[in-house]
Design a protein around this ligand. Sequence first.
Ligand SMILES: *Cc1c(COP(=O)(O)O)cnc(C)c1O
Length: 421
Amino acid sequence: MSLQERDKKHLWHPLTQYKLKPKHTAIVKGEGASLWDEDGKEYIDAIASWYTCMYGHCHPNIIESVHQQMQRLDHVTFSGLTHEPAIALGEELMKILPSNQQKIYFADNGSTAVETGIKMALQYFFNKGEKRNRIIALENGFHGDTFGAMSVSGLSVYNGPFEDFLIQVERIPVPFRENVEAVKQQLESIVQDGSTAAFVYEPLVQGAAAMQMHEPEHLDALLKIAKQHGVLTIADEIMTGFGKTGKHFASDHIKTKPDIICLSKSLSGGMLPMAITSCTQEVFDAFYDDEVSKGFFHAHTYSANPVCCSAALASIKLLQTEEMQANIKRVTAAHRAFDQKIKNHPKVASTRQCGVIYALDVISDMARYGAERDQLFNFFMKKGVFLRPLGHTIYILAPFVITDAQLEKVYAVIEEALEIL
Ligand SMILES: *Cc1c(COP(=O)(O)O)cnc(C)c1O
């Protein structure tokens, strides 16, 4: 029996309606920007497996770091004990995070990093004796699938069954040149009563909203208003973090720095699951008290797992190499050249780019997970390119190490797809 057939027996994959008889291609090997299925067919991983393995699949430096660590110490409870990999990771993150960040809190996936950020913000005010229970988020944002994270996600594609159970969130539009004054006014009127605890946002690029982009200065105008009213700002950099926007973090493009930052995905280079919520000294200090209950009583069993930390340490080292920084510039320039070529194509409605993130909207009204979208997905797979179109948006977010030849192939297959649409 093939892996694909065995898979069907007991496994339940995410984001899947089984009645539509989906097939799950079984992948057996990954290297650089390439994946191989059980029949030996090669695919270019043009979305870096959800933006995780930006340094390439199975990078030898990450393997070596993990291999070394797993022989020394596998896991130890992070409540009451500590270890070198977590300490070193904290130190390395401090060197690259926005300079107002001081403390590192560990979780194991993006959703729980956001959950942590929200709980931190709510308890921050609770501890200070200030009654603030409102959270603000951007329309069409995506922050994860646990209840708190789902609540702040405006992009509630299939949240129907849970809506009655979500926490209350005020949503404001993403700011653009045309609406920024109106959004500023809307935000002012919401925060005026002093009951807003936090403003959660994906800086510069809303990933799950099909890579929708906005300008730093427009977001900055909103962050300034939040700060003026004592609202904690939570940057969800789970997708944008670690070089994808051309700087280490999307927040580096924006003047006003967040109070809390959520990180995951390429934090550990796709090797192991890990997430972090960082915060300022000021946030931390609100939990520092003679009263035990003012501490942050939120924990995950695998918090700061040493092996995951070692994967993250190797990843952060790779990010800062000259080679990786040159790759980021190379891929960014290649996308720019492709954009010049494709943006006036009659089937292309619009294009956008931020660093190595590139997206184009085709002229079509495909549903996010409909049959037509699946046809496009299948076409790409047949051609040996792993892309996941979102509705009528085709986006590329490949590992930084994708070769020029592989990039050319991704572009060529997209052009071909435009012809059959
Ligand atoms: C992927 C993602 C999340 C959720 O992370 P998970 O690890 O899938 O729970 C949250 N926010 C953003 C911006 C993401 O891209």
